[in-house]
Design a protein around this ligand. Structure first.
Ligand SMILES: Nc1ncnc2c1ncn2[C@@H]1O[C@H](COP(=O)(O)OP(=O)(O)O)[C@@H](O)[C@H]1O
Ligand SMILES: O=C(O)[C@@H](O)C(=O)COP(=O)(O)O
Length: 428
């Protein structure tokens, strides 16, 4: 059994986002956490997304983990590889998008790939190589304050040029408007001029369809999940996919409901505020400075959650804070330690509370989700109902539970303002 698409995602929420769009495009998709250490059954699976935690780790580690994932996906016979990163191109001058892409291209012996971060339905578009979030340039969208990968430049050709020694090309909207043949010809001419990376404009789904058509035979494509929704139609046109399948149905959810939020993105801050407005006594705020002083705050959070869960009341534990508070904590503790304290606290709460009967868990934040999913020892995720674009419910088998755990991993900036309450209604 061989798969059509093998994807390597640089964080766990991003992986779920891509898997969700592949399912919506009609592929049968499995998400695995890290490179599987044991043989897994891929019967009736068209696409596998390997979720890594490689967005913010040291470059060498990101490259090594991505190459290991590539190797495993090639062993599964993947016809095309997809490197999934954030629709807001989250990275630093050191990487990891550039170095990982370079390493993957080299390992595949490929000469060129496209960079397509756009996810129009969630407001991420690219014009003349500049990334917009809604009507704001990336560097004015809130992403300039991201705790780990602040994005202070919207010009992606310039951003990527700082991450790779190779020249970076552009396929702009005017080219895409001429259709997929003209786009392919443009990519070819850029390749002849040594452009291994091509930032691609995309304003809407039609642009993504053109790009999918122009790139379906490339060994490697890279980008956000928007391209992932456009590719399955091209795989079908190539005769690689047998039939359109229904989006997956998960078994009924059970157990207590819990929201853990470590995301400080604008959308999450609004979702936290909305939850607290509905349930003024329903939230408990963690703070890295208190966490650094010992176990007291963590134990208080646990007691708070247990109490509310025992009365079936909604519960939110959050470290989400505005940029000033995040900066103050980072100034005192350092960026890495502040992040680690929060991730550790939330993931240990997840482990303890799942043992105590939580069966429906919503986690906000990519790094946060990575920490929580790893601590829970989850190895595979099945994709279910979409809550909002880019965020589906998933299910994971867990030794400590008879029924699978229902899990939603929300990217920081995804989801409507009432996401923390509506998600559980979708599941009911
Ligand atoms: N109050 C805080 N102070 C400092 N860092 C924080 C705080 N709250 C959360 N963090 C850290 O910020 C990072 C947020 O990243 P992530 O979980 O990926 O969210 P997003 O999806 O919004 O980018 C995590 O490492 C988290 O631990
Ligand atoms: O492409 C996207 O925007 C998401 O899939 C994603 O990767 C978001 O990352 P986080 O905001 O760090 O969760």
């Amino acid at each position: 059994m061989t798969i059509v698409l093998g994807a390597i995602a640089d964080d766990f929420t991003g992986a779920t986002d891509l898997a969700n769009n592949l399912v919506r495009g009609g592929m049968r998709c499995l998400q695995v956490i890290g490179v599987p250490q044991q043989e897994i059954d891929l019967t009736d699976i068209d696409a596998v997304v390997v979720a890594l935690k490689s967005r913010s780790c040291p470059v060498g580690e990101a490259v090594a983990d991505s190459l290991a994932a590539l190797e495993w996906l090639r062993q599964q016979g993947a016809r095309q590889l997809f490197f999934k990163y954030c629709s807001t191109f989250d990275s630093t001058d050191q990487g990891n998008i550039g170095p990982v892409t370079d390493a993957l291209l080299e390992a595949l012996g490929a000469h060129q790939t496209v960079m397509v971060p756009a996810f129009p339905i969630n407001g991420r578009t690219v014009y003349q190589g500049h990334l917009f979030v809604g009507d704001r340039l990336l560097n004015d969208s809130g992403m300039q304050h991201h705790p780990l990968t602040p994005m202070k430049d919207a010009d992606l050709v310039r951003v990527l040029s700082r991450q790779t020694p190779h020249p970076v090309g552009l396929a702009n909207r005017a080219i895409l408007a001429k259709g997929s043949e003209a786009t392919s010809a443009h990519l070819l001419s850029l390749a002849e001029h040594g452009m291994r990376h091509v930032i691609c404009d995309s304003l809407d789904e039609q642009d993504l369809d053109v790009l999918a058509d122009a790139t379906v035979l490339m060994p490697l494509v890279t980008g956000g999940s928007g391209l992932g929704q456009a590719l399955p139609a091209q795989y079908r046109a190539q005769g690689w996919l047998e039939r359109i399948t229904e989006p997956g149905r998960l078994s009924p959810a059970s157990g207590g409901a819990l929201v853990l939020s470590g995301s400080c993105s604008r959308a999450t801050l609004a979702q936290v505020a909305d939850f607290l407005a509905k349930y003024p006594d329903g939230g408990f705020a963690l703070d890295p400075l208190s966490l650094s002083e010992g176990d007291k705050q963590w134990e208080q959070a646990l007691a708070f959650a247990l109490e509310r869960l025992s009365s079936n009341a909604p519960v939110l534990i959050y470290a989400s804070a505005d940029p000033e508070r995040v900066k103050a904590a980072q100034a005192e503790l350092g960026v890495e330690r502040a992040g680690h304290l929060v991730e550790e606290a939330l993931s240990q709460l997840a482990v303890t509370l799942v043992n105590e009967g939580v069966g429906r868990l919503l986690v906000a934040g990519g790094e946060t989700s990575g920490a929580v999913v790893s601590a829970l020892g989850i190895t595979t995720l099945r994709i279910g109902e979409q809550i909002d674009p880019g965020v589906p419910w998933t299910q994971a088998p867990l030794a400590v539970r008879e029924a699978p755990l229902s899990l939603a991993l929300k990217s920081g900036n995804f989801g409507g303002v009432d996401f923390f309450t509506r998600a559980f209604e979708v599941l009911a």
